[in-house]
Every structure is written in C-alpha cells, then in structure tokens.
Design a protein. Structure first.
Length: 89
C-alpha cells in the first residue's frame, strides 16, 4: 500500500478508501480472495491423489490451516476437501 500510494502521490488512507469504493472490499480482502481463488484453481487442476491441500494453501500464503479453511468456506460455500473431491477427472 505504501509504495502504491507514494507512486500515486496520495496517502495510504486515500488509496484504501478509493480501492474500497471502487471494488467494494478492502485491499487486504481483495488479496486474500486472489490467494483463495489460486488455491481453488490448483485444487481443481492438480493431479488427484498427488495433491495435499495444506501444501497448496501454504504455497499460496496461508500458514494457519484452520483460518484458511474458514475463509475458503466463507468465500466458496464449501471446504477445500470437498472442492478436491468434486475435481474434474
């Protein structure tokens, strides 16, 4: 945020407010949603039986599995393991 705000020559608060107004969510939530979508895509695209949810989550920046699972379920309405089990064959 700091470097983007400096590049735009505005305060971090102005950037935060403009981002939230434009996208309807905070920058932090936006980045988290990007990471969660990356996990979901990896679960859908990865090779069945060779994929560990915790490894994918960690690679995408989630260090606490309970928090990750909770946020994943909030965004997608299902658990990561159910996404993996619904995976296309």
């Amino acid at each position: 945020m700091k470097s983007v705000a400096a590049e735009l020559n505005i305060s971090e608060r102005q950037l935060y407010n403009a981002f939230k107004k434009l996208y309807g969510i905070t920058p932090k939530r936006f980045l988290q949603n990007l990471r969660l979508n990356a996990v979901k895509q990896e679960l859908l695209d990865g090779e069945r039986g060779k994929l560990r949810i915790s490894d994918v989550a960690y690679t995408c920046g989630f260090n606490h599995m309970s928090h990750f699972t909770s946020e994943y379920k909030k965004l997608f309405g299902c658990t990561p393991s159910s996404t993996l089990s619904k995976k296309r064959t």
